[in-house]
Design a binder for this molecule. Structure first.
Ligand code: NAP
Length: 313
């Protein structure tokens, strides 16, 4: 019996009924959905949650942990990791956190207020423009969940306007958050990753960083900077079991793009050969793969999640 990675439909809590999608190796179960009663799960405290069991349609017993299932399955490697996502209280970061929780990882997110984030994550306060707050956030996560093994630098802002109208403050503040902020976060994370001789660094850039975007000179410059960042990091730390990759989302429906005029939103959606806006969950799937054991030989790469806008660039 195969438990599909990412098939857990909601975050588990003690006593909760959880829907899990099963796929029978011999086809017996097809795509049956089964309910599994959770006996003991607190991903923030229990590294390998124990799951309840019940009889599934077709007579098979689902027992032990879904996580153990994944560990035992040939061809599917899974190790629960401690994951920290910056800006995980909404938008893409929130979806990434949900995905990691569903996969059974120990997940922490940051927000500036110290609140928000999906059920089952530890939310800590951090402002990526402030080194002290980043250090405090990492320390809190390390104490609660153990050393951070996967860091997703997602927090970002935009201050769009044409070059001639853009103030130096507009330019610098976007660079400070989107690029220098990533430097602060990854520098703090790298100590632990080096010690563990294993790590995943995933930077959320943008299609604007490879394709350019009028009115976004500050934003595009900050997002291109992440490519040189990840590639240099790959060359510095690649031999220590640490990968560093960049994801370049296209137009994704979040608060950030919700502020755009309806006309511009329609224009962006049509620009994509897929013909629609992307969903935060679609970015999250790519992030989860890059964080997996199976992605150990992918580093310094740019992974577009843009509906084909930049044609693989
Ligand atoms: N949406 C898109 O179409 C799109 C496309 C390409 C790339 N991206 C990138 O994807 C990432 C997430 O975007 P999104 O659309 O999900 O944006 P969003 O909904 O506006 O969320 C932005 C997140 O970043 C956090 N953040 C902003 N400034 C911060 C700071 N100084 N310190 C700590 N956290 C800060 C926010 O936290 P608070 O709530 O605490 O402010 C929030 O969690 C960004 O890097 C963005 O550039 C988005």
């Amino acid at each position: 019996m195969v438990v599909r990675t990412g098939a857990v439909s909601q975050h588990p809590a003690r006593g909760e009924l959880l829907n899990v999608l099963f796929e029978g190796r011999n086809g017996v179960h097809g795509n049956d959905r089964a309910s599994v009663l959770i006996e003991q799960v607190d991903p923030r405290k229990v590294p390998s949650p124990k799951w309840g069991h019940r009889l599934l349609p077709g007579g098979c017993v689902c027992c032990a942990a879904v996580i153990s299932f994944r560990e035992k399955l040939p061809g599917v490697s899974f190790s629960p990791r401690t994951v920290l996502i910056t800006g995980g209280n909404r938008g893409i970061g929130y979806a990434i956190a949900e995905e990691f929780v569903a996969l059974g990882h120990r997940v922490a997110v940051t927000s500036r207020s110290g609140s928000g984030g999906p059920d089952g994550v530890l939310t800590v306060a951090a402002d990526v423009t402030d080194t002290v707050s980043i250090d405090a956030a990492f320390t809190e996560v390390e104490e609660e969940l153990g050393p951070v093994e996967v860091v997703v630098a997602n927090a970002g802002i935009n201050k769009d306007t044409l070059l001639l109208r853009m103030s130096e403050e507009d330019f610098e503040s976007v660079i400070d958050t989107n690029l220098t902020g990533v430097f602060r976060v990854v520098k703090r994370a790298s100590k632990g990753l080096l010690k563990a001789k294993w790590g995943r660094v995933i930077l959320i850039s943008s299609v604007a960083g490879v394709y350019g975007s009028p009115g976004q000179i500050n934003y595009a410059a900050s997002k291109s900077g992440l490519i040189g960042f990840a590639r240099s990091l790959t060359r510095e730390l690649g031999s220590r079991g640490i990968t560093a990759n960049v994801i370049t989302p296209g137009y994704i429906e979040t608060d950030m793009t919700g502020e755009l005029s309806a006309e511009l939103q329609e224009q962006y959606a049509k620009q994509s050969p897929v013909g629609r806006a992307g969903k935060p969950e679609e970015v999250a799937k790519a992030v989860a793969f890059l964080a997996s054991d199976d992605a150990a030989y992918i580093s310094g790469a740019i992974i577009p999640v843009d509906g084909g806008v930049a044609m693989g660039h």
